[in-house]
Design a protein around this ligand. Sequence first.
Ligand code: GLC
Length: 752
Amino acid sequence: MSYRQSLSYSVLQRHYILFFMQAILSRVTIFIFLILPLIVQAQNNEKVVETILSQLTVEEKLRLIIGGGFTEDASLRNALNKVPGAVGKIHPVKRLNIPATILSDGPAGVRIRPYRGLDSSRTYFATGFPVATSLASTWDTNLVKELGVALGKEAKEYGIDVLLIPALNIQRNPLNGRNFEYFSEDPLISGTMAAALINGIQTNGVGTSIKHYAANNQETDRKTVDEIISERALREIYLRAFQIALKRSEPWTLMSSYNKINGIYAAENEDLITNVLRGEWGFKGLVVTDWHAGKHIVQQVVAGTDLIMPGKIHELRGLTSAYKNDSLSIKAIDKSVKNILQLILKTPVYNGYKYSDTPDLKANAILSRKVAAEGMILLKNNQNTLPLKSDLGVALLGAASYNTIANGRGSGEVNKAYVTSVEQGLTNANYVVDSQSEIASADELAQSNDVAVITIGRNSVEGRDRKIENDYYLTSQERKLIKELSRAFHAKNKKVVVVLNVTSLVDLSDWQDDVDAVLLAWHPGMEAGNAIADVLSGKVNPSGKLAITIPKKYQDVPSAAFFPGVAFTKENPSNNASTTRVVEYKEDIYVGYRHFLTKNIEPAYPFGYGMSYTNFEFSKVSISSNDFKQNLDVSVTVKNNGKVAGKEVVQLYLNAPKASLDKPLKELKGFAKTKLLAPGESQTLKLTITQDELASFNTQRSAWIADKGKYMVTVGNSSVDNKNELQFELKKEIVVEKTNTIKYPDSVKALQ
Ligand code: GLC
């Protein structure tokens, strides 16, 4: 080796040594300054918890388990009510200087009172963000996390320690009264969006509550309904969303649901709370009941519930007597109290945070408008009716054009300073809005305007499901209005646009052919009208995609025949008939697109669908291997082939070999959204498939199993885009995860 070579060799050697030393140093630095403090903090908290636990009396422990919805100590009333309108409190322990912890709703914003007592000097309005269905329709986890950061900061500045969100029950049926609070019919989107929100909110040092665990998929008799669900459907759909969220985030708390599952109240279900949630998934947070949930509070604590909300005096007495008569052990009490103390130690109030009561509502309204527009789905746009040219004269019809709906009602309500209507939004965007629209005849409107915009509004409320007639179906007046306007405007070669400002789906079948464009706007929060105008005007190019299938007719919905179940009246010994409702999930795992695709039923608009004002081309679709070992990467290049900037959503679906189980034709296993691509610009996105994505739940073997055989990957911009198909093989089955068996009472087995 020449001197020069040896010189370059030793230089090279030094270079590599330096490189590795820097790599090691950077990891050590990250460990010392980021990870170690967290470990030390956790160990310190553990010690502090143990110390406090040793100092607490049994009465004080039980007082912590029962929520602070009441107190016998008048001196604590102000501390408990320091944030009027906040729905939940953990009782303080005055003797040990443990403050009251404050919990508030809700999925579309902080739910607190806007005014306090007689103090008219200031208000406490909160930001009305878009509802969860709208967030999911963005298919943009980064954007949803950004909203979470802002929402968490607003909660913290209003003195909230835990936000009781996200709600991620599966949208099993469009008539569910709380669909607006939920993300999707699919567990992957639901869990991924929930995790994004949790991670965003908790960066502020404010907690969250992933809810309602599990299968709270209807409002009819929600507090007593018995949901009969197979273990596979539970595991692959209704629990899966929670499991996915918990693989991607660490919510401080989890809220159980009101309903029974296979005969047992969720709040009292040791299988779901202790064996699955904590035993299999390793959840370390606090489990809280829904408000006034379940029946047997001792069983709730024994099953693994830590906090019983909102807290009533007879519950405190009940736990106290259970402890005294040995039906509730100090071990079970201490387990719950430790989880409560672990939570309290993390809260802003315990750490002395001085909140301002003046969150940045202006900045959050701007963010709300941005997210709302991103969650809107362009379903139809014949002859490029949209975007509307500027300065047009608009005949604006429909009550919701003038009273536009920001969000649904119930605990998901938000006390907002305003809601921008479609009329205001279009006016702000310099359209000439003819507000006499409701009076003039269709022909007069067609004569004096350039385009007609009709907003169809639907709202719903927690505690009640929607109706079919005049709710899911449009009213006869709405259908007549659409037909009349279409006739008159088309006679003058002018267009008609329908905006759906809805809590969940409505029927499109008998009117959408009469109109030229349909924009699904959902409940877009307080900036509704501006966000709708942003999309109608083209200021924002729509990029939302359906996270729920739109059926051609309601009867095509797989749960339609069994929703919302059957009410049984049981004569009991005292002869006062008690009614209980049972709903059987006979569609099993085939909820949403899993049903439509596998049974080959054509929907009105498929899962994952959404139009743009531009068009995109997918190319260079490739897979890292055709032989699956640990994981695979799928990459795709997306190019904007159109004339305006836009965003596209790449969706990855998997068709798995049947082996011993019947399986859906395809299931969503990954997705990613491009940045805003300029005309002609491309972006390459990479999605990773792990063993998790291959596995189906095999009930007989109590395991998630990836069956051996050939897997078909489809990469597209909707669940029916099959242009790009790839194949890989798994040569030997993989047992991805062994589980406990969820026990079913005999009475339920008979129904299975
Ligand atoms: C409600 C809801 C729950 C909410 C809680 C507090 O009944 O089911 O989502 O967080 O009570 O308002």
